[in-house]
Design a protein around this ligand. Structure first.
Ligand SMILES: [Cu+2]
Length: 157
């Protein structure tokens, strides 16, 4: 079978681009551990208040270098709406929503998760400066959406 020279060039280009894309995807997924934020753990949205750890949301110390922050989003607030975490420690945020789609976005960081009823989303973040960080909902969730916010206060450990 005869394949025209230009056809071969384009085939080579197309296949190389695909292979390069898969290498980049594989590298970020397996070597850098990049996965979509959460979506692996599920929860019954009607039973959030009875299901641990969301029956008692807030900050929990896991060990010397690790803290867990469990949060519930609902129209139009986060529970709790203020938390204190230490600087320089790994903070694991576990967030779920009781009603509609919300988001958990820590302004000025790369933490930005869409919260979907029925799913628990997880993000890890280490604050390297003390201060107050604003958390916003950036998914339009209803009439009070613009009021939906909370504060993370990062203090010297
Ligand atoms: Cu919202």
């Amino acid at each position: 079978m005869h394949i025209h020279r230009y056809e071969k060039i384009w085939l080579t280009f197309g296949i190389s681009a695909l292979v390069l894309f898969l290498i980049v995807l594989g590298f970020t997924a397996f070597a850098q551990g990049h996965t979509p934020a959460g979506g692996l753990q599920t929860i019954d949205p009607k039973l959030v208040d009875q299901t641990p750890p969301f029956d008692n949301p807030g900050v929990k110390k896991v060990d010397e270098n690790r803290y867990e922050v469990n949060l519930v989003a609902q129209v139009f607030s986060f529970k709790p709406n203020k938390v204190q975490v230490p600087v320089g420690k790994e903070i694991v945020f576990n967030v779920t929503t009781k009603d509609v789609v919300h988001s958990f976005t820590i302004v000025g960081t790369n933490v930005n998760m869409m919260l979907i009823p029925g799913y628990i989303n997880t993000a890890k973040y280490t604050f390297d400066k003390p201060g107050k960080y604003l958390v916003l909902c950036n998914e339009y969730c209803g009439a009070g959406h613009q009021l939906m916010q909370m504060e993370i206060e990062v203090i010297e450990g």
